[in-house]
Design a protein around this ligand. Structure first.
Ligand code: CAO
Length: 441
């Protein structure tokens, strides 16, 4: 092991050549011929390979530096066998082929000298002069691409680490960069459901190679809601706050009303009490009953409280809206929830049923599960997830008492709601559900 200085070898008739990429950082392990930096003159780009294998100790250039023959690029703790072989470039500032063992040579003929400058009139006229595998800083990704393809990708802002090469030995060609851009653009055109916004797409896999498969078209609702959910998930920085509300008294009250409700043909579930309590708490926390203006500069606070309720239908999830929940009683809300979920399941919802919501609720309480993290129904600010209530032993200060506990999950847009506000909202909601007399305050 010996520390060696790596200098810029003779790269031809170039002076003060700008460094456009630094491909290594201290601590990186490089093999002989791995590219260290990329230079770009007005006519060409070229990669400067390492004359040694070893560990990079210092990087002495940075992007936008301009360098000349003989300038220091890096210091390397060279492997023993490399260290024994002085790099002529170090002594004479000239790039010559360092001696190397035949078995160390990559299968493809690659020169250890700098990539010969490619005289690129345009990226189309790409003649790959040398293809050095690049050990990407941090990412550790390795890929082959000629300087002209790298230039092409850089001009279009494409990260080659995300491009699959179809050339020999996976070499990335210009067509591959074009295909990657096309895929992203198609994703954007489709509403960015799967890709777009620079998000790398999921790999396309032919699953039939592993066994029998069947392709089924997604329902229209699934496609629409999928796009909306992806948009919300990608645009809104989500936080989910969990809590549990003691609904023992609420449940007793609900049961006491059950017979009356049944007489009127109404099914009264815990969800309507949640809707009522939620509307009350939203009055106290108006920021939660709001939307961020598209410019991100203002909050549009709504003075009406219309709650979207997620309904599971045979064709997928829909979110009809129950209007003015704060102004309606439990019986009226129960009736409305029954009617609207029936219309949803029959596919008879109108545009009006589906619009104007200010906050949403997703209840899986009738099905099961202890908690889940709902996705905010953007541009709303929050959504409440309700799971199945269960009897729990709760410590009352002197003993454990069996109490009916309702798990709640609040997801909110963290650009609008701070953690403390989210927690206070949930504490107030839990308190209201535990003691419905809060509704009168
Ligand atoms: N804890 C315990 N039991 C609950 C409960 C809870 N949180 N919520 C409902 N229940 C009970 C009800 O009391 C009812 O019991 P009974 O039949 O004995 O009275 C039973 O579970 C079924 O209730 P329900 O689901 O029919 O009615 P609901 O008012 O609770 O919900 C609706 C209505 C439309 C929201 C619901 O039917 C539904 O579609 N839920 C799915 C929503 C969904 O898919 N969300 C996920 C969105 S993200 O993909």
């Amino acid at each position: 092991m010996a520390t060696k200085s790596i200098t810029l070898p003779d790269i031809g008739n170039y002076e003060n050549t700008p460094v456009i990429e630094v491909l290594v950082s201290p601590g990186d392990r490089v093999e002989k011929e791995d590219s260290l930096i990329t230079l770009e003159s007005d006519k060409a780009t070229m990669e400067i390979p390492s004359p040694y294998s070893g560990e990079i100790k210092k990087v002495l250039v940075k992007v936008d530096d301009t360098i000349n023959k003989g300038d220091l690029i890096a210091e390397i703790e060279a492997d023993e066998e490399d260290a024994a072989t002085e790099a002529p470039a170090e002594e004479e500032g000239k790039a010559e082929e360092p001696t190397e063992k035949a078995e160390e040579k990559p299968a493809e003929p690659e020169k250890p000298t700098p990539s010969a400058p490619s005289e690129e009139k345009s990226a189309q006229e790409a003649t790959p002069p040398a293809e050095a595998p690049v050990n990407r800083q941090g990412a550790g990704a390795k890929f082959h691409a000629s300087p002209s393809v790298r230039l092409f990708a850089r001009k279009l802002g494409v990260d080659l680490a995300n491009v699959t090469g179809t050339g020999p030995k996976g070499r990335i060609q210009q067509e591959d960069v074009e295909a990657a851009i096309k895929k992203v653009m198609e994703g954007v055109a489709k509403g960015g459901a799967a890709t777009g916004a620079g998000i790398p797409p999921l790999p396309e896999i032919d699953f039939s190679q592993f066994g029998e498969i069947e392709e089924k078209p997604l329902s229209r609702i699934k496609k629409l809601s999928g796009r909306h959910l992806s948009t919300a998930w990608l645009n809104i920085p989500h936080v989910t706050q969990f809590d549990e509300a003691d609904i023992t008294e609420l449940e007793a009250f609900r049961k006491s009303l059950k017979a009356r409700a049944e007489k009127q043909g109404i099914k009264m579930t815990p969800l309507v009490f949640v809707l009522k309590a939620l509307a009350h708490v939203l009055r106290e926390f108006p920021n939660m009953n709001a939307s961020l203006a598209p410019d991100g500069e203002n909050l549009v606070v709504k003075k009406y409280i219309n709650l979207g309720v997620a309904v599971d239908t045979p064709n997928g999830l829909v979110v009809p809206v129950v209007r003015d929940v704060d102004q309606k009683g439990i019986f009226e809300l129960s009736e409305e929830l029954m009617a609207i979920s029936e219309r949803a399941r029959d596919g008879k919802l109108t545009g009006e049923d589906l619009s104007g919501g200010t906050f949403s609720v997703s209840s899986l309480g009738g099905i099961g599960g202890t908690q889940f993290t709902p996705i905010v129904n953007g541009p709303e600010v929050g959504i409440l997830g309700v799971s199945k209530a269960s009897m729990q032993p709760v410590w009352n200060g002197s003993e454990f008492e069996p109490r009916l506990m309702l798990p709640l999950a609040l997801s909110y847009d963290h650009r609008v709601i701070d953690g403390a506000e989210g927690a206070r909202f949930m504490t107030t909601l839990s308190r209201t559900l535990t003691d419905l007399r809060e509704l009168m305050l």
